[in-house]
Write a protein that binds this ligand. Structure first.
Ligand code: ATP
Length: 465
């Protein structure tokens, strides 16, 4: 089996494109600077990743509620939060070829002063003086363009959780500590987007603002911080992310946002280096204070400004870590025979996306052994029809069975159901498991419950066979 850290970006990008997970956006017009669209499988994978987060962090937590707020918000919010003044990147431009870079990032990556760094494009060392570039996207609300109508696309989902705080306290009937969660688009006019879907200008975040009482001691906030770090790790494990590539990095004081008392970057070892996957920050009372908001304890009547712990997770970086972790290559003996079809299989490498079942884009593939009308009829009318209401399924009767298995392995489908000529007699089908390739004959009438069991739906004992 291939060492997973050796999986190159080229392989992942090629698989993502070939199988329709992710491809370049606006491609027929020559693309648009690092924009990527998700195809049918990518959309399904992304939905499953977000659903799992929502389930683990909202539905299964009595102390967290979800919201779905506007992307465009009142500009006063960005003034108060400090984004208009501070959400900047340091822009430098090569005087020779006009390549634009983030000055501070170049210096940090190279460990040298800007004057000693060669332009990655033309090799000259002749940069402009750094200027501050606000990375929020500006647009206009309404038909008349004026200073008053300027609005911004949110660069993070978090601010909605702060400004909606009083309304949530009123309706959710939660007492501290409690969190407000949201999944949604965020936009940043990044100077250097790139590395496939790692750094984008339009992306999605899954964020929680967890409100706690003003801590009396360090321990009072640390226990929440540690518990969120633990929860993030649990989420990564549930996603099947290779934990040996996950590194928690305490961010030094000089590199933290000014309001953060502690930040841990949860980093991942991508093929292009170890970089941020998620962030966890203790934001003190900075945010609610900035918006002039307080909380009144209904029992004691005491009014105060809650403090905030913020786990902030990017969806696309999660997709990338999941794809890189799931990718597996296996060597199989050449010239072996397909068990069902008897066909000779010459291919020796099996590529398998070992997604955990819960996030696999397709759960069950229904594959008649051939496109013989009797098999197609049985597969469609007696098998597929009864699985569709329960599982994300794919029906496929093109190509040889070996090639179809290979395709399902490559898109990470946990189970393939094959309908063959014996099925016409004994009303049984063959269920093949993705990782072990083990095959089992199962009665068509038991299939729905057996698959639910095999997909870990947690069935009551009496329904398990
Ligand atoms: P970076 O240092 O990589 O620019 P950041 O520290 O600015 O990231 P945060 O502001 O902490 O990122 O955002 C929280 C999370 O949102 C990140 O951990 C990441 O998962 C995601 N994220 C941020 N910027 C981008 C982007 N341009 N493209 C994709 N995901 C992003």
């Amino acid at each position: 089996m291939a060492d997973m850290t050796e999986v190159s970006m080229d392989k992942i990008v090629a698989l993502a494109k070939n199988r329709g997970f992710v491809f370049a956006g606006s491609e027929i017009y020559g693309g648009l600077a690092n924009s990527w669209d998700l195809g049918p499988l990518g959309a399904e994978l992304k939905k499953n990743i977000k659903d799992l987060w929502w389930k683990m962090f909202v539905e299964q937590r009595p102390d967290v509620v979800g919201i779905d707020a506007n992307i465009i918000m009142n500009t006063k919010i960005w003034e108060a939060s400090g984004h208009l003044k501070n959400f900047n990147d340091e822009l430098v431009e090569c005087k020779s070829c006009h390549e634009r870079q983030r000055g501070n990032e170049l210096e940090a990556n190279k460990g040298k002063k800007l004057d000693d760094i060669a332009c990655p494009n033309c090799g000259k060392k002749d940069w402009t003086k750094p200027t501050m570039f606000n990375t929020m996207f500006k647009t206009n609300l309404g038909p008349v363009e004026s200073a008053d109508s300027t609005v911004y696309l949110r660069p993070e989902t978090a601010q909605a959780m702060f400004v909606d705080f009083p309304e949530i306290v009123r309706v959710a009937r939660k007492k501290l500590p409690f969190g407000i969660a949201q999944i949604g688009k965020a936009f940043r006019n990044e100077i250097t987007p790139g590395n496939f879907i790692f750094r984008l200008r339009e992306f999605e975040q899954m964020e929680i603002e967890y409100f706690i009482e003003p801590p009396k001691t360090k321990k009072d906030w640390e226990k929440h911080f540690d518990s969120w770090l633990h929860e993030i790790h649990n989420y990564l494990k549930a996603l099947g992310v290779d934990m040996s590539r996950v590194k928690d990095v305490d961010v030094a004081k000089e590199d933290r946002a000014h309001y953060s008392e502690r930040t841990v970057d949860i980093e991942f070892v991508y093929p292009f280096g170890q970089k941020e996957l998620y962030g966890l920050a203790y934001r003190t009372d900075y945010d609610l204070k900035a918006h002039g908001l307080t909380y009144k304890d209904s029992e004691t009547g005491k009014e105060f400004i809650p403090h905030v712990i913020e786990p902030s997770l990017g969806v696309e970086r999660t997709i990338l870590a999941v794809l890189l972790s799931a990718y597996t290559e296996e060597d199989l003996p050449a010239g072996r025979q397909g068990r069902l079809s008897g066909e000779k299989i010459e291919d020796t490498t099996r590529i398998v996306m070992k997604f955990p079942k819960e996030i696999a884009p397709v759960k069950v593939a229904i594959l008649p052994l051939s496109n013989d009308p009797k098999l197609v009829k049985l597969a469609k009318e007696e098998v597929w029809k009864f699985l569709i209401p329960w599982f994300a399924t794919e029906y496929d009767d093109t190509q040889s069975i070996g090639k179809r298995y290979r395709r399902q392995d490559e898109i990470g489908t946990p189970f393939c159901v094959t309908v063959d000529f014996d099925s016409l007699q004994d009303q049984k089908v063959t269920v093949r498991e993705r990782d072990t390739m083990k095959q089992e004959r199962i009665n068509i009438s038991d299939l729905e419950y057996r698959l639910k069991d095999m997909l870990d739906w947690g069935l009551p004992e009496e329904l398990k066979s």
